[in-house]
Write a protein that binds this ligand. Structure first.
Ligand SMILES: N[C@@H](CCC(=O)N[C@@H](CS)C(=O)NCC(=O)O)C(=O)O
Length: 223
């Protein structure tokens, strides 16, 4: 019997979202505990659950995992989304880190003050078009998956980030036909299709309520 997996995070699309994508793609059920009040964050601190005083936190296999990259690595390894050998894994890591750089910019966008939003968005667009997306257009030139001949976390992260980009910049994929075709193939995978269904577990784009909760709970960061 598989043990339960519990995710602790803010109820919105922050760093935990990529973890949720991987679990969903692997068909793993999980429970969620949302942080809504400062006291809940303090309780996790007092319980010694947060090694670096930060969420996200994932309880899995009798461990309390923090640091989103460590969490993603563990889940990818456990559910066979991490290539067949060390070389494939290195490739998957490079792709995932490149995607992560872009993802971090997108995650920070809702927290950008209104006067800086346009500049931030232009930065996202430029990084995506000139630096990140061309790498994946090339990587998908002759194969269905980015690494080897099987699904890996890199594919799942790429679908996630390209869908996020399109919400902010609807025509961003116009000159990347291979990525567009890749998106369609990925969406046709049963577990991913299910995750993307309306009313499914996928989080909507961050709204003001989410930003307000994060700022209230982590008030020490937003003085
Ligand atoms: N490197 C960490 C960063 C996590 C992080 O920045 N968490 C924020 C919330 S999204 C936090 O808990 N900050 C509290 C603090 O830094 O005091 C990761 O990837 O998990």
């Amino acid at each position: 019997m598989s043990e339960k997996v519990v995710l602790h995070y803010f109820n919105g699309r922050g760093k935990m979202e990529s973890v949720r994508w991987l679990l969903a793609a692997a068909g793993v059920q999980f429970e969620e505990v949302f942080l809504t009040k400062r006291e809940e964050y303090e309780k996790l601190l007092n319980d010694g659950a947060l090694m670096f005083q930060q969420v996200p936190l994932v309880e899995i296999d009798r461990m309390q995992l923090v640091q989103s990259k460590a969490i993603l690595n563990y889940i990818a390894g456990k559910y066979s989304l991490y290539g067949k050998d060390l070389k494939e894994r290195a490739m998957i890591d490079m792709y995932s880190e490149g995607i992560g750089d872009l993802m971090d910019l997108v995650i920070m966008y809702p927290f950008t003050p209104p006067e800086n939003k346009q500049k931030h968005l232009s930065n996202i667009e430029q990084k995506a078009k000139d630096r990140i997306l061309p790498v994946f257009e090339k990587g998908l030139a002759n194969s269905q998956f980015l690494v080897g001949n099987q699904l890996s976390r890199a594919d799942i992260h790429l679908l996630e980030v390209t869908l996020m980009l399109q919400e902010l910049l609807p025509t961003i994929l116009a000159s990347f036909p291979k990525i567009q075709a890749f998106q369609e193939k990925m969406k046709a995978l049963p577990t991913i299709g299910k995750f993307l269904q309306l009313g499914s577990a996928r989080k909507p784009p961050p709204d003001e309520a989410y930003v307000k909760t994060v700022k209230e709970v982590l008030s020490h960061l937003f003085k």
